[in-house]
Design a protein around this ligand. Structure first.
Ligand SMILES: Cc1cc2nc3c(=O)[nH]c(=O)nc-3n(C[C@H](O)[C@H](O)[C@H](O)COP(=O)(O)OP(=O)(O)OC[C@H]3O[C@@H](n4cnc5c(N)ncnc54)[C@H](O)[C@@H]3O)c2cc1C
Length: 387
């Protein structure tokens, strides 16, 4: 077994680490306060190629593989996970439908623009009646001549307000639903009948917006079905394939934040004096630090292993990706809870980043499939004969 991170990935991570320290760390709290990422930071992200980490070189991306993507997200999430979210939809759920199942024309049209960061992509599956049960989408698409007409409403869509193109899942055959009745489309922001609705007010992950998308007789050309006519009705499969990689990268983001919380806690425990000595000398505090470090170590091993399996063996990692998301995000939430505890009242104050990490991490157990849905996926794979 070789646990060395490949040289090319280490160089890239070093570059991202310098960007994080120099440009992101100083503004991480400001981004939370103002609920926006400054445009000059987004421009630097473009210049570093971060919007195209996952995209094939053929379409202008860096093609760093799943492990490379995870390593970058770990770095970004050490300061504020919203930086990951900004580039995340272009590398993940906003582009993967097209990358995996799109036609060559669709790939050539959309992937270079998303890889460069010129365009932002998003993924619009969730609706008020279709959350964990994503197969229950009610948005419809009807073919009228050479035009598809979409009607319905999506909610909780990350980057929906800034997206130039959205991967949208709609019912094309109500009777068949997920088994041949849902189709994936690309909708562009200038398409008639497409509107951005309410921007939701959230507990955390400020700096990343989540919103409603409305399709009111939204008319798009016939060739916007992802994968072309042969893929009409196959959109639910496209959605599931897209989410599989996202679950690994979500684990990486949670891991990065957990690592930062441990580092902050180790420092604070050595500085904060109570009863005449640093609180780090109390065994109760030491045990929390030991628990945090152990859980982070375990999470990192399983994440890197699953990413490596996906990159080098071409193995289907559906079950492993769900395990990684479940374990890493639960672990990071436990770590955040202990970090607040170690920081005492200071951990509850907005002057300290621990409070922000605590809020932001809560989301990771909900989106791209809740804990419970990850368990459903893992159990389903086990029961059909997986190890
Ligand atoms: C900030 C944010 C950003 C998001 N970004 C996107 C995005 O970009 N694109 C997108 O399409 N969606 C997005 N989502 C939606 C997200 O994926 C859903 O919120 C998530 O899948 C859960 O759906 P729900 O909120 O409707 O909860 P529900 O499905 O209503 O779940 C409520 C509870 O019931 C449990 N539950 C449901 N079914 C079962 C079951 N079968 N067994 C056991 N327990 C079950 C759930 O685990 C949960 O605990 C985002 C959500 C948030 C909060």
């Amino acid at each position: 077994m070789d646990f060395e991170i490949p040289e090319n990935l280490r160089l890239m991570v070093d570059t991202v680490h310098r960007f994080v320290k120099k440009d992101l760390e100083p503004i991480s709290q400001q981004v939370d306060d103002e609920d926006r990422i400054p445009e000059e930071i987004v421009q630097t992200m473009r210049e570093l190629g971060l919007f195209g980490l996952a995209t094939s070189e053929k379409y202008g991306g860096l093609e760093v593989g799943c492990l490379g993507e995870c390593l970058v997200y770990e770095e970004l999430s050490q300061v504020n996970a919203c930086f990951r979210t900004r580039i995340g939809t272009n590398n993940g759920i906003g582009s993967q439908g097209i990358a995996i199942d799109g036609t060559e024309e669709q790939r050539e049209k959309y992937l270079p623009k998303m890889a460069s960061g010129e365009w932002i992509g998003c993924f619009a599956l969730t609706e008020p009646e279709a959350g964990s049960d994503a197969s229950n989408v009610q948005t419809t698409a009807v073919l009228e001549g050479d035009t598809w007409v979409l009607n319905g409403r999506k909610h909780f869509i990350t980057n929906g307000d800034i997206a130039d193109c959205s991967t949208v899942f709609a019912l094309t055959d109500r009777a068949k639903k997920a088994r041949g009745g849902i189709t994936a489309f690309v909708v562009e922001k200038t398409d008639p009948g497409f509107f951005v609705g309410t921007i939701e007010r959230k507990m955390g992950m400020r700096g990343s917006h989540t919103c409603e998308l409305i399709f009111d007789n939204c008319r798009i050309p016939k060739d916007r079905v992802i994968g072309g006519d042969a893929m009409i009705g196959q959109g639910f499969k496209t959605a599931m394939k897209t989410l599989d990689k996202g679950r690994l990268t979500m684990g990486a983001s949670a891991l990065g934040s957990a690592q930062k919380l441990l580092d902050l806690s180790v420092d604070y425990a050595q500085q904060r004096v109570q009863f005449g000595k640093p609180i780090a000398e109390f065994q109760a505090i030491q045990f929390m630090l030991a628990e945090m470090a152990t859980q982070i170590y375990a999470a990192r091993q399983m994440l890197y292993h699953a990413a490596w399996l996906r990159d080098t063996r071409g193995t289907s990692v559906i079950k492993e990706a769900s395990m990684v998301k479940l374990f890493c995000t639960q672990m990071a939430n436990r770590v955040a809870d202990m970090a607040v505890q170690i920081h005492g009242g200071m951990g509850y104050m907005k002057d300290f980043p621990v409070e922000r990490f605590y809020r932001d991490l809560r989301l990771t157990r909900i989106y791209e499939g809740t804990d419970e849905i990850q368990k459903v996926v893992i159990a389903r794979n086990l029961l059909k004969g997986g190890k």
